[in-house]
Design a protein around this ligand. Structure first.
Ligand SMILES: NC(=O)c1ccc[n+]([C@@H]2O[C@H](COP(=O)([O-])OP(=O)(O)OC[C@H]3O[C@@H](n4cnc5c(N)ncnc54)[C@H](O)[C@@H]3O)[C@@H](O)[C@H]2O)c1
Length: 92
């Protein structure tokens, strides 16, 4: 398992907690899903069976004050990235 997170709403110590709880240390990349170069590097580095996008923002007040930012982060970037995320070996 590999985690890519820009740490905008988290801390890298979460990876230690996942390792403690599950006994498996995931790979970790500090990267923003909107950064094409970073995403391409991650997908070049290894093949994935599946990709799950959890990198959404979810603060209701912030979504009202920054609607464009929320649209870009939660809708536009995942939609545009989906084709880049589907590598030859990945079916999901
Ligand atoms: N928590 C729930 O019960 C729940 C239920 C249903 C749906 N969801 C949805 O799942 C998504 C994640 O929810 P959560 O509770 O895990 O939120 P969370 O804030 O705990 O986790 C989201 C993670 O995504 C990262 N992130 C945000 N934008 C990013 C970007 N552009 N690039 C890389 N990383 C980015 C943040 O740093 C954070 O670690 C949200 O869209 C939320 O609406 C959550």
């Amino acid at each position: 398992m590999v985690v890519a997170d820009n740490l905008s709403n988290s801390d890298a110590s979460v990876i230690d907690r996942i390792a403690e709880i599950t006994g498996v240390r995931p790979g970790f990349f500090c990267a923003d899903s909107a950064e094409k170069t970073a995403m391409v590097e991650i997908f070049r580095a290894q093949a994935f069976d599946a990709v799950i996008h959890f990198g959404g923002k979810k603060s209701v007040p912030e979504s009202v004050s920054e609607p464009i930012s929320y649209y870009q982060n939660n809708i536009d970037t995942p939609q545009r990235s989906a084709t880049r995320w589907s590598t030859p070996g990945s079916r999901r």
